[in-house]
Design a protein around this ligand. Structure first.
Ligand code: FNR
Length: 370
C-alpha cells in the first residue's frame, strides 16, 4: 500500500486519537460565498466540501472561519459565533462524516487583515471602508499590517482576553457541530501571525518584546481552546513557518513554538505553510516549495506525538507519495489541485495502484479512473 493511502492517526491527549482513512487532506479554502454576509455557510459550502468527501480524501479542513464578526477576512467569510452558523456547520459535518471522511474547521481571526474585499473576480483589493460596509480592524498594534491596507487598532490587554475567549467559544461550537478536529489559523499574516512576527509585533508589553512575549497570544489561544475542546479530539495549527524576510519570523522560531504547544498545550497536528506578512517578501514559489519547511519541522518535532502535513503546490500523486516516503511529512494538504479535481485523492489511489477494494466509503470512485 502506498504511504498516501496508509491510514494515519492524529493523536489526542486522551484516547486513540482521530483515525484518518488516508493521508490526503483538503487545505482550508475560503469560498467568499455567503448569501447574507452573516457568516452562515450555505449549500455552496455543502457541495464544495462534500465533493472532496466523495472524492476520497482522508480529512477535509473547512475554510478560515471567524471566531467573531470583526475577525472575518471579508464580509463573505463564514463564522462560528452564533447558532445559525453552528447549525449550518453541523449539516456539512454530518454529510462529511456520512462519507467516511473526518472534518476539521480552521478557526481564525484576520486581525489587521480583516474587512478586506473578497478575493473574487472584479473586486478591488485592500480594506473595505467603514462607509461602505467595512469595519475597523483590530491587530497586534496600531497601524496597517501591510502596505495598501487601512490602519488597524491595536488590541488592549483586556481586548486580547476577549479574543482568546472568542476562540474558546467557537471551539465549543465546533464540538457541538460535530467537528473531529480544529486547526488554529496562525499563518498568512492573520492575527496570530501578526503577534508572532517581529515584522508586525512591536508591542512592549507581555504580548510583545522577545519571542516568548510574541508567542504569548498564540499560546493563550491554544490553552483556552484545549481546555474546552474534548480531550479525545485533536487540536492542530496552521503556521507560516517563515516570513521569507530577513529579521522576520522563521522556521527555528516556529519549531520552538510548536515544541511548546505540543508539550504544554496538547497540539498534535501542524500544517506547514508560509508567508503573508512583509511587503517585500520574495517567495520562491514552485512545486512543493514549502515542503523543506515541513521537513525541517518534522525533524525538529521527531519523538513528539505531532503529525506534520506539507502544503503548497503539491499537485501530483507521485510527488505526494515521494514527500511521505522520504519522511519529509506525515501527510499532504491539497488546495488548488483539488479545486480542479475534487476526486484528486481517488485519482491518486488509482494512479498509485491501490486496489479499489482497499478504498472504503467511496462508492463513486470509478469516476477517478479505475
Ligand atoms: C486558500 N488558502 C487558504 N489558507 C488558509 O489557511 N485558510 C483559508 O481559508 C484559505 N483560503 C484559500 C482560498 C483559495 C481559493 C485558495 C486557492 C487558497 C491557501 C490554501 O489553503 C493553500 O495553502 C494554498 O493554496 C497552497 O496550496 P495549493 O493550492 O498549492 O495546494
Amino acid at each position: 500500500m502506498p504511504l498516501l493511502f496508509t491510514p494515519l492517526t492524529l493523536p489526542a491527549p486522551q484516547g486513540p486519537g482521530l483515525a484518518l482513512r488516508n493521508r490526503a487532506i483538503i487545505a482550508p479554502m475560503c469560498q467568499y460565498v455567503i448569501d447574507a454576509e452573516d457568516g452562515v455557510p450555505t449549500d455552496w459550502h455543502l457541495q464544495h466540501l462534500g465533493a472532496f468527501a466523495a472524492g476520497g480524501f482522508g480529512l477535509v479542513t473547512v475554510e478560515a472561519t471567524g471566531v467573531e464578526a470583526r475577525g472575518r477576512i471579508s464580509a463573505r467569510d463564514v463564522g462560528l459565533y452564533d447558532d445559525a452558523q453552528q447549525r449550518a456547520h453541523q449539516r456539512i459535518v454530518s454529510f462529511l462524516r456520512s462519507q467516511g471522511v473526518a472534518a476539521a474547521v480552521q478557526l481564525g481571526h484576520a486581525g489587521g487583515k480583516a474587512s478586506t474585499y473578497p478575493a473574487l473576480p472584479g473586486q478591488p483589493s485592500g480594506t473595505v471602508p467603514v462607509a461602505v460596509g467595512g469595519w475597523t480592524a483590530v491587530g497586534a498594534v496600531d497601524g496597517p499590517v501591510l502596505p495598501g491596507l487601512d490602519a488597524a487598532k491595536g488590541l488592549s490587554t483586556p481586548e486580547i482576553a476577549e479574543v482568546v475567549a472568542a476562540f474558546a467559544a467557537a471551539a465549543r461550537r465546533a464540538d457541538a457541530a460535530g467537528y473531529d478536529a480544529i486547526q488554529l489559523h496562525a499563518a498568512h499574516g492573520y492575527l496570530m501571525h501578526q503577534f508572532l512576527s517581529p515584522l508586525t509585533n512591536t508591542r512592549t508589553d507581555g504580548y510583545g518584546g522577545d519571542e516568548y512575549g510574541r508567542t504569548r497570544f498564540t499560546r493563550e489561544v491554544a490553552a483556552a481552546v484545549r481546555e474546552v475542546w474534548p480531550a479525545h479530539k485533536p487540536l492542530g495549527i496552521r503556521v507560516s513557518a517563515t516570513d521569507w524576510v530577513d529579521g522576520g519570523w522563521d522556521v527555528h522560531a516556529t519549531a520552538r513554538l510548536l515544541r511548546r504547544l505540543a508539550d504544554e498545550h496538547g497540539v498534535t497536528w501542524v500544517d506547514v505553510s508560509s508567508g503573508g506578512l512583509g511587503g517585500g517578501a520574495e517567495i520562491p514559489v514552485g512545486p512543493g516549495y514549502q515542503v523543506p519547511l515541513a521537513a525541517e519541522l518534522t525533524r525538529q518535532l521527531a519523538g513528539r506525538p505531532v503529525v506534520v502535513s506539507a502544503v503548497g503546490l503539491v499537485v501530483d500523486a507521485v510527488q505526494a507519495e515521494t514527500i511521505l516516503a522520504t519522511g519529509q511529512a506525515h501527510a499532504v494538504s491539497i488546495g488548488r489541485a483539488a479545486l480542479r479535481d475534487p476526486h484528486w485523492a481517488a485519482s491518486a489511489a488509482a494512479r498509485l495502484g491501490v486496489p479499489r477494494t482497499e478504498i472504503p466509503h467511496a462508492p463513486q470512485l470509478w469516476r477517478a479512473g479505475w
